[in-house]
Design a protein around this ligand. Sequence first.
Ligand code: AMP
Ligand code: GLY
Length: 420
Amino acid sequence: MKVLIVGSGGREHAIAAAVAKSPKVDKIYCAPGNAGIGQIAECVDIGAMEYDCLVDFAKEKEIDLTVVGMDDPLVGGIVDKFEEAGLRVFGPRKNAAILEGSKAFSKDLMKKYNIPTAGYEKFDSPEAAMEYLETSKYPIVLKADGLALGKGVLICETKEQAMDGVKELMLDKKFGDAGNTIVVEEFMTGREVSVLSYVDGKTIKIMTSAQDHKRAKDGDQGLNTGGMGTFSPSPYYTEDVDEFCQKYIYQPTVDAMAAEGRPFTGIIFFGLMLTDDGPKVLEYNARFGDPEAQVVLPRMKNDIIDVFEACIDGKLDDIVLEFEDNAAVCVVLASDGYPVSYEKGFEIKGLEQFEDKDGYYVFHAGTALKDGKIVTNGGRVLGVTAKGDDLHQARANAYEATKLIDFDNKYMRTDIGKEL
Ligand code: AMP
Ligand code: GLY
């Protein structure tokens, strides 16, 4: 069969690598893709938001299955466009992707269906938000309602910071219309865990757990980034935690979406915080995490095509998800200066050493082909993933493997998975 993947980051490279392992797949296209994806798929120069062009392309090439990796096109309704054209596509429709697309929607849903999450209020006027913040307890969390590249969340230690935050989100419109409505949320403390799941509208199957390191510098210092590295599984995701979440969070979320007339098909990513009062939902995403996919998918034993098809056909109940009894660590190699400013266009050396190296992967995030050479083309450049018998071993293997790669301005955190 022919598969089209929509997106261009490390996550889409990890999806493409999983798809390439399926004996059912003869040909993979990726729009727009990147230099690494181009080694296992044919990259097509169509942007992820160009729905009509993507539909035309899928028809012309007789694509059997399209997989959408990114949040923006999902929230924008790409799946509806493909379905209207009679094409098979994996991902939530627009009315379900709102689970990620609107924090106000997801908070209201959790409240209505008693799914554990932080207490909150939502505001569509800056004056009302500021009045509320006059008498709030600090720290407090402000969230832009809409998509903001993962940057629309402000943790405010003081009233002054919160007032500035309201100004930034609602008046200065730092994230555009995403800040027309904001959610003001109780600050929670605890361990964070990412849990990805497959959903077919009614059934949900959980993948192995993972954890992201979002800050740019060692010791969780520095600015928030798209993610500087991940590990899987999370040792904090115990059987007790799993049992609680299965009962009070996962299935209740899927049932709530169905009850609202918004059946969810695709990936639900649960961002959880393990608080003293039990696990609570920090956020939902409607797609694989990046760089969570880079440590979760290499450990999955199933043929990913079978799982995607089961979700689309409402037959996920028939699938037994299986993960390897090991661990994986992904260390992101970035351009020094990320996430603020950085140079691009440097040649990347050593990539060939990952070919046929069992248990090691180099997923491309920001790379490009220039004069036949692979060069840096973004803040996050590569995700070096290695497996090991346990997290300790996986971590040692991943850091050893980062030494195989060289480019000017190479920067990485040295403590991914360290405290484990
Ligand atoms: P989100 O995009 O909603 O996951 O938020 C980004 C990050 O902000 C999370 O990974 C947490 O580290 C932090 N965060 C979000 N909401 C809260 C909260 N209510 N309390 C404490 N930290 C939070
Ligand atoms: N790693 C967090 C995300 O993909 O949103």
